[in-house]
Design a protein around this ligand. Structure first.
Ligand SMILES: [Zn+2]
Length: 203
């Protein structure tokens, strides 16, 4: 009798193991469904213009929302010259995997003919020199920024230089006090566009 019980117990355990194995295989097969969840959030989009403040430069591309580590965006407007917008988005994780977050919502600017890539390079260059007081001469300021921007097409180059002269005048004039005040608190790291999934909270 005790042998029968033992055999029954062994068979029961064996069946249980088979069942668990089958279930784990099934859940592995279901995994793609998990990956196709949506990623909802929003992005701060700056508008590049000669009076743009450093906070706007730093926050451009900042992504936040339910699926992100950062749940809330910065309070807008940043200041009187701020033309930033909050652009909501909703992507599938496949779209995110294919670079949707990186290419989302192009940077707009007041410079005619400036394409997305050059606009981003100009913004990055302006971020690079945050904290440096503007030199007295506009030419020096233009040269300082243009050092980051090689191979611009001639018409675009002329437009960017005009933009920088206007920005220099702004920084040396009314914007100067504001710029140097911000320079003191410019220690926060640049909030560039999130490299795809890195900012997305994995669940
Ligand atoms: Zn702003």
């Amino acid at each position: 009798m005790s042998h029968y019980v033992l055999i029954l117990a062994v068979v029961a355990v064996f069946l249980l193991i088979l069942r668990l194995k089958a279930r784990s295989k099934l859940s592995r097969r279901r995994e793609p469904a998990v990956y196709s969840r949506r990623i909802d959030g929003a992005q701060v989009n700056a508008f590049l213009h000669p009076q743009i403040s450093e906070n706007c430069l730093l926050d451009h591309g900042l992504q936040f929302g339910k699926g992100f580590r950062r749940k809330e965006g910065p309070p807008l407007p940043h200041d009187g010259s701020c033309r930033c917008r909050i652009q909501p988005f909703s992507f599938t994780s496949t779209e995110v995997f294919n670079g949707a977050l990186r290419s989302h919502a192009p940077l707009e600017s007041s410079i005619g003919g400036l394409d997305q890539r050059d606009g981003q390079r100009l913004l990055d260059a302006l971020k690079q020199i945050i904290g440096q007081p503007p030199p007295a001469q506009a030419d020096d300021y233009v040269a300082r920024v243009m050092a980051f921007l090689n191979n611009l097409d001639a018409p675009v180059k002329a437009a960017v230089e005009a933009f920088l002269r206007e920005r220099h005048a702004y920084l040396r004039g009314a914007g100067g006090a504001q710029a140097s005040r911000i320079a003191g608190s410019a220690a926060k790291p640049p909030a560039g566009p999130a490299s795809d999934e890195s900012e997305v909270v994995k669940s």
